[in-house]
Design a protein around this ligand. Structure first.
Ligand code: SAM
Length: 931
């Protein structure tokens, strides 16, 4: 990557942009800025969803059109028509879902050039892009954050980076991957070398600004020269504020950081206590929560102490400020190359006093922190406005840096400068804190940046030397992509300004419920950039913004609908998901299916083994998940329109769906169970498809299972297309063991599935089943789901051999294969009969349908009880009853019943069940639409 520093990216001569030639890059910018300025005057344009909060001139100051606009990008469609290809319904595109470790590649200079609250490494995304696309294809990421998808798309054209992923690149640009084929290692064509074009979108202007800079080639030399010039200027003006006297009394040292400590008051003697002085325990290597007062020796606990306060008139706002007192307690400084530490002396205190009186000549943001639980979490300690998040020294310096950097950006197109400012900024705030354990044990860095996902100001805050931090970042800035291939837009992913069926692949890492409040965390950056996130469109669960999980899901649905609209039919979307809450996971699944996507694979990354495990229930969500979903091709939709919600449509759906599923999954030489090929999951997908098309489901579960058996070959509990099964059989013949399905028992439905699986393999008596069954009713059981009696489950779903009638073949074959002494006996042999008596077994399909009808009837009867219940909330209920009732009501278009009963169950129970949620949400939509 060293050549990054020696290239001259910003051409001074003619440049081409979207098919037009300009005399210089500056002319290109001016031309498009002019167009953007005109567009900004259009009130309709400003009404677009997620339009950031900012004045025209500030939006223009950040933008670099047509590549980047700090508002919805009006040139995105031109970009697509210039670089993309039209959807061709006749072209063949067949890919299986692909999986790669989404956390791979974090130790990379490009990845580390800029931090963000969550980032997916570009190297991980590259594997997906290479699998699903060809050079020149358009890749879309609607929640792009720092734009790593764009970086990945561009680097698919960089041979060195592609090879660093373990692929080989042949001279003609074919990318080969190493596979084990029939026990032999072989190199197989995987993709083609060549950059892909990225369409990136992000709600937060801070993030989109970073994404744009990341996706633009930075002229390392030009940037370096300018950055060092600015550094020199700022050092000349502000360097004196970071000086301290060395212990020789003569030499001046340069401060690296100053540690500031909270100050409390002793409740016994009312004297001031400096937290650091009493709590730092060098021997134990930690900061204690319990200590004694240095004045009166009273034993004290930190959380019970009163704070000490300071009051002053804030010259930025004119208001009197009352803030929790913090004082400098330790200075870490350098003389030459040696580092030292000292307690602040009188000269240091005088310096701080002098700085406090120093007027700030340049501009800095001084607005009230925007509303929010993080942004206003420090209100109680008097940190209420943006500038309070910086010590005065760093505020002055940051203001100088901003002024120099932004005026240089205006004079010359030097995108590295923007990245330099935003990446250094995080070091300048009071959110930095002491990592006490590292500090005492001299192990690792001692400065911790912001506690992940918060705006927490620590009792032991670190004030870095802002000039030094900017200086340290200079070398990492030029590690970006080459540029020219990405289009970055700022707005909500609900509306993209591009035509339908125009992108070839989507990779997204959306926000996850209440995990991270991006608009709040980005608010400090955005205050300096003068353009703010429009949080109305933020997909987040946030009490301070009045947004519940339901609002989050609806917003995600709209974003996925838009993604669905712009994706070419038959193409894929990968959704990276990293939330451990089942309800948020269901919100995502529901939103995806409502938008029309069909989920073909869900896998969890097993961090310890770096492998993937299939996910069958929401309660299993504990790690990062990768969801592979596709937009069905036009043919299926067309046929559905023609045949309506008939049985034939169901089979048509299954046939199309099976094509998208992986045929074989091999891990560590063993075959893996493909959960999506499980008949029950296929049934769920089919239901979601019908619900989304507002059509009653034409088949019962058993009818569906029976139909599946008649139409499609089944192997090891998985369903295949006839043309797929040969490949599976071939692989199966090479391994000793059939793949095992992993079943999580979390409610009555999965308990029945578990029993069916158990009894299929081993028809057993109640006494044999009971201990095994109880062992599975563990921690994963859903909170509100009534625990069923084993006997009731058996009676309602399975058959027991009475010892009188003919011996069922299921029991016969089990006994004769597993008991030597019963082998070869006639079905009517009394020894066999007595061993078989009282064993429960899985009924054959005809009998199973009778049982299902009986069970449905019972469930619907119980559902009527729920309907008739007049209390506020049902305390315990069975999800199966609700599912049966909702399904029937849906079929009758009786949406009110669904809504009324849903109101009687706790919200979380609804949110945590994918099927109920889908019916409920659709019922709500239908009634809202007045249909
Ligand atoms: C998990 S982060 C993406 C991080 C990204 N993968 C990266 O590597 O930097 C999710 C992003 O979605 C953005 N976001 C939230 N609501 C949005 C919306 N309605 N439209 C577009 N972006 C949104 C947030 O601002 C946040 O930056």
């Amino acid at each position: 990557m060293t050549d990054l520093f020696t290239t001259t990216a910003q051409k001074s001569g003619p440049v081409e942009c979207l098919g037009q030639t300009f005399p210089s890059d500056q002319a290109r910018r001016e031309h498009y800025l002019e167009l953007l300025a005109r567009k900004l005057k259009d009130p309709e344009f400003r009404k677009l969803k997620g339009f950031p909060v900012g004045a025209d001139e500030d939006i223009l100051a950040l933008s670099d059109p047509p590549y980047y606009t700090a508002c919805p990008n009006p040139f995105a469609a031109d970009f697509i028509s210039h670089y993309g290809s039209e959807y061709d319904s006749l072209s063949r595109y067949e890919k299986e879902p692909f999986l790669a470790d989404v956390s791979e590649g974090k130790n990379d200079p490009i990845y580390n050039a800029h931090s963000y609250h969550t980032k997916v490494p570009h190297k991980a995304i590259m594997r997906y892009i290479l699998h699903y696309t060809q050079p020149g294809d358009i890749v879309f990421d609607g929640f792009c954050g720092t734009g790593m998808t764009g970086v990945a798309a561009q680097l698919c054209g960089d041979r060195t980076v592609v090879e660093s992923l373990g692929y080989r690149v042949s001279p003609d640009g074919t990318i080969l991957e190493q596979l084990t084929i029939d026990g032999e290692l072989a190199w197989k064509p995987f993709s083609k070398l060549g950059a892909r074009t990225a369409l990136l979108n992000e709600l937060s202007p801070a993030a989109s600004f970073i994404a744009s800079n990341y996706n633009t080639e930075i002229d390392g030399v030009k940037f370096d020269i300018k950055a060092r010039e600015i550094l020199q200027k700022v050092t000349n003006e502000c360097g004196w504020m970071y000086e301290t006297r060395h212990f020789d009394g003569k030499t001046k040292g340069r401060i690296n950081f100053t540690l500031w400590s909270d100050v409390f008051r002793c409740p016994e003697c009312a004297d001031e206590i400096i937290f650091w002085d009493v709590a730092a325990d060098k021997d134990a290597g930690k900061v204690r929560d319990e200590f004694s007062c240095p004045h009166c020796a009273a034993v004290l606990k930190k959380k019970l102490l009163e704070r000490s306060w300071i009051s002053y008139i804030d010259d930025a706002t004119g208001l009197t400020v009352r803030q929790a007192k913090q004082v400098p307690v330790l200075i870490n400084y350098s003389v030459g190359k040696s580092r030292f530490e000292k307690l602040p002396d009188q000269e240091d205190f005088d310096l701080i006093k002098r700085i406090a009186e120093e007027p700030i000549s340049g501009w800095f943001p001084s607005s009230r922190m925007i509303e929010g639980s993080e942004t206003r979490r420090n209100d109680p300690i008097g940190i209420t406005h943006v500038h309070h998040f910086y010590t005065r020294r760093n505020l002055i310096t940051l203001s100088r840096f901003r002024e120099q950097i932004f005026s240089a950006r205006e004079e010359e197109n030097n995108p590295g400068l923007g990245l330099w400012f935003t990446s250094s900024h995080v070091w300048a705030t009071r959110l930095n804190r002491l990592l006490a354990s590292n500090y005492f044990k001299s192990g690792g860095g001692v400065i911790g940046q912001t506690l992940q996902g918060t705006l927490y100001v620590s009792s032991l805050a670190i004030e870095t030397n802002c000039i030094q931090r900017f200086s340290l970042r200079v070398n990492s800035v030029p590690y970006t992509a080459r540029g020219g291939f990405s289009c970055v837009s700022t707005g909500s992913a609900e509306t993209m300004q591009v035509p339908e069926n125009s992108v070839d692949y989507i990779f997204v890492d959306p926000p996850f419920g209440a995990n991270i409040m991006y608009s709040e965390l980005n608010s400090l950056w955005e205050a300096w950039l003068k353009v703010r996130t429009n949080s109305i469109s933020e997909a987040v669960e946030n009490r301070a913004l009045g947004k519940a999980l339901d609002d989050y899901r609806r917003l995600m649905s709209k974003c996925f609908e838009e993604a669905f609209r712009i994706l070419k039919p038959g193409r894929w979307m990968t959704v990276e998901f990293s939330n451990t809450q089942a309800s948020v996971w269901n919100a995502i699944q529901t939103a995806l299916q409502e938008a029309g996507f069909v989920v073909a694979n869900v896998a969890a990354l097993e961090k310890s083994h770096k492998g993937f495990r299939a996910v069958t229930t929401s309660t299993a969500v504990k790690q990062d998940l990768v969801i592979s979903a596709y937009k069905p091709n036009g043919g299926l939709e067309e046929r559905f329109k023609r045949t309506g919600g008939s049985e034939e449509s169901a089979w048509d759906f299954v046939r199309t769906h099976l094509k998208y599923l992986p045929t074989v999954k091999v891990k560590g030489g063993e075959l893996e169970f493909t959960a999506e090929r499980d008949p029950r999951i296929i049934f769920d997908r089919m239901i979601a498809w019908f619900v989304r098309h507002n059509t009653a489901v034409p088949l019962s579960s058993q009818e569906f299972q029976e139909g599946l058996r008649q139409r499609f070959p089944e192997r090891d509990g998985m369903v295949f297309l006839p043309e797929q099964v040969a490949e599976y059989d071939r692989k199966r013949a090479q391994v000793a063991r059939a793949p095992q399905m992993e079943l999580f028992v979390s409610d009555a439905r999965s308990a029945i599935d578990w029993l069916a699986d158990f009894l299929k393999r081993r028809p057993s008596t109640y006494q044999e089943i009971s201990p095994e069954f109880i062992g599975h009713l563990g921690a994963g059981w859903k909170k509100h789901e009534a625990k069923p009696e084993l006997m009731a489950l058996l009676e309602n779903n399975f058959l027991k051999y009475d010892g009188m009638s003919e011996l069922p073949s299921q029991i016969h074959s089990y006994l004769s294969t597993n008991h030597k002494d019963l082998r070869g006996l006639d079905k009517s042999d009394p020894r066999l009969i007595s061993k078989a008596k009282d064993r429960w077994y899985v009924p054959d399909p005809n009998k199973a349908q009778d049982l299902e009808k009986k069970r449905e009837k019972a469930l619907l009867k119980e559902f009527q009880l729920y309907q008739a219940f007049t209390g506020r909330r049902l305390k315990e209920f069975r999800l199966e009853v609700l599912r049966a009732g909702f399904k029937e009501a849906w079929g009758k278009k009786d949406y009110q019943t669904i809504i009324a009963v849903a109101k009687k169950i706790p919200d979380e129970a609804l949110q945590e069940d994918e099927k109920l949620l889908l019916w409920y949400d659709q019922a709500m939509t239908r009634t809202e639409d007045g249909l």
